[in-house]
Design a protein around this ligand. Structure first.
Ligand code: COA
Length: 573
């Protein structure tokens, strides 16, 4: 059966759908279509039996859906319609939400329903829910819909609002005033809910010291208090603003203005500059013992001979400072009398490599790119050379570019079922990449596959990643539940503790040391780094500005110029 994945962009959900359909051996092609005409072109070219749309900002024209079944994956419960489903689910504090696979018809999202999948709502941002629960529910309902379509026997039920089980309804767009924050009256829970309902996009518009900014990355503070509206603390780029009944940390801001014109999301203190010069930086201990509500992006925990280096970077982007602090945390973990170190990445992303927004905003982006990649290399080196410990990378969230290579620095790599890995750099204007990938990637998958992965720039499902040796194992969720961070963590703890207490632990460690010494004799890590950085030097300061143009377009959410090396408009699996 020929399936066309019609999507507005090749975003995470489309990549996931692509990977799932490919591993089910369907003949699948992806078309990123932004107009009715490009949709028609894709259909003419590919002649699909079925069209699936995991993420579509445009309406599919009648002359397509009348002749070919088009199933739209909509992030809402049965009967829900409208452009801001998840925003409303968060604002209305829904206890349960879902995804439906709905057939395209005259009225958007009101066609017959092929499949639906529910999940319990969690307190998280819209983008976090989208990348986790929604993504998993979307894949479940998509696959059920595909199988039902394939039988040729299933007839989807029309949407009938008189049925008692239909709880959804049409909801218009959320108006900015519906989530505007009143710092003199709104409580912490309401403020966080409003910010999360609009995070990652479009953000909640607010005024800070006369600056109009969109708020992103909200975290509850458990101890600090102050005059409502005042900024009472800062920490690692985030600001803490007092409310009537507590305080809220805001990690990122975006100045009002068009993203395309360079008004991009940055750590809050970078946007506010001297407005927060006088605000005290309130530190938080790295070694975490008492659970208090606050903002922390790196923390260390220790249990039963295992050290956990936890990191949660907004969008998985790691600037120079993030990398330096994380290196310190890894070095601290290495200094502890434990046996195993777990690198435990974020819920939304494990890591997406160097921080392209911070680089773009720097006075000298080439210089900042260099500082950032060197800081990232230092971090990876700290993991690669941890020869007194066994190391584990635990990927609950997806990873891209240098973020994948960071994971590969660990001895063992475990990834959650349903995430996507993008182990390549070239899509970013032909970026060569560093993070010792020329050492660790071929070591895992061999030279031929390493070349394929880095040249073809395709997303890799965890199933494929395991099959080719890129990762060691997949952590499958319990009982078919769409996703569950604590069950994933529980499994990682069991794996780490089992390794720490293995009867042959000393032998394993000795083998690791010997292998490392042999590798160093064959070709020292310094040499890999030097060679990679020579290429990166060309990317940053050479005659071809492709990387700078691609980065600039990426952070401005514009089509990347000359992105032909990696992403054709139509991707044949
Ligand atoms: N630096 C800064 N921001 C980044 C980032 C990076 N390295 N990688 C992703 N982001 C941001 C995006 O701008 C987006 O921001 P938003 O919240 O303002 O919308 C958010 O993270 C999600 O990214 P998006 O591209 O929408 O997610 P996706 O799941 O569809 O795609 C990737 C994931 C990793 C394939 C894609 O984000 C990517 O190519 N990132 C760049 C990776 C890279 O080249 N890193 C540098 C070399 S090491």
């Amino acid at each position: 059966m020929k399936i066309l994945l019609l999507s507005s962009s090749y975003n995470s959900l489309t990549q996931l759908a692509h990977a799932w359909l490919k591993s089910s051996r369907y003949d699948v092609t992806v078309a990123t279509a932004t107009t009715a005409e490009t949709m028609r072109d894709a259909v003419r070219q590919f002649q699909p039996d079925l069209i699936l749309s995991p993420m579509l900002a445009q309406v599919i024209p009648r002359d397509i859906w009348e002749y070919i079944t088009c199933i739209i994956i909509h992030p809402g419960i049965m009967g829900d319609r409208g452009p801001n489903s998840l925003d409303w689910a968060i604002l209305n504090e829904e206890k349960e939400w879902g995804v439906i696979a709905v057939q395209a018809e005259e009225h958007v999202d009101s066609g017959p329903v092929w499949a639906s999948y529910h999940f319990p709502m969690r307190e998280g941002s819209k983008s976090s829910l989208y990348r986790d629960e929604v993504a998993q529910a979307a894949m479940q309902s998509m696959m059920v819909a595909v199988h039902r379509f394939e039988t040729g026997l299933f007839v989807p039920a029309p949407l009938d609002y008189s049925r008692p089980e239909i709880h959804g309804r049409y909801r218009p767009s959320v108006k900015p005033e519906q989530r505007k924050i009143d710092w003199q009256n709104d409580g912490v829970a309401d403020i966080i809910k409003k910010i999360r309902s609009a995070d990652g996009q479009p953000g909640v518009l607010d005024d800070i010291g006369g600056e109009s900014v969109y708020l992103h990355g909200a975290h509850e503070e458990g101890t600090l208090i102050g005059i409502p509206g005042d900024i009472i603390a800062k920490r690692h780029g985030a600001i803490c603003r007092a409310a009537v009944d507590g305080a809220v940390w805001i990690s990122h801001l975006r100045p009002k203005g068009r993203v395309a014109d360079g008004f991009i999301k940055l750590p809050a203190t970078d946007v506010l500059g001297d407005l927060v010069d006088e605000v005290s930086e309130i530190p938080v201990p790295l070694h975490y013992s008492t659970p208090t509500k606050t903002f922390r992006d790196i923390w260390y925990e220790e249990r039963n001979d295992v050290g956990y280096v936890n990191f949660r970077f907004y969008n998985g982007a790691m600037g120079t400072g993030h990398c330096q602090r994380l290196t310190e945390a890894v070095m601290y973990a290495r200094s502890r009398p434990t046996r195993v170190i777990v690198l435990s990445g974020g819920r939304d992303f494990f890591s997406n490599g160097i921080h392209l927004n911070l680089i773009e905003a720097a006075a000298d982006p080439a210089e900042e790119s260099w500082r950032n990649i060197n800081a990232m290399d230092d971090l990876v080196l700290a993991v690669l050379t941890a020869t007194d410990h066994c190391t584990i990378a635990a990927l609950y969230g997806s990873a891209g570019a240098g973020g994948v290579m960071l994971a590969l620095a660990a001895d063992r790599v475990f990834a959650r079922e349903g995430i996507v890995l993008n182990p390549h750099y070239k899509g970013m204007g032909g970026l060569y990449g560093s993070e010792y990938w020329t050492y660790s990637l071929p070591k895992r998958v061999g030279d031929v596959l390493a070349l394929q992965l880095t040249e073809q720039c395709q997303p890799v499902s965890v199933e494929h990643a395991k099959a080719i040796g890129l990762i060691d194992d997949i952590i499958i969720q319990d009982g078919g539940c769409p996703s569950n961070f604590s069950s994933f963590q529980g499994q990682i703890v069991r794996i780490a503790e089992k390794q720490a207490h293995a009867h042959n632990f000393a032998t394993l460690l000795e083998q690791k040391r010997q292998a490392w010494q042999t590798d160093e004799k064959t070709k020292p890590l310094d040499q890999y780094r030097l060679e990679e950085l020579e290429e990166m030097n060309q990317n940053f300061w050479g005659e071809d500005p492709a990387y700078h143009l691609a980065r600039s377009a990426f952070v401005r959410k514009l089509p990347r110029p000359g992105n032909l090396q990696c992403t054709a408009n139509l991707k044949q699996a």
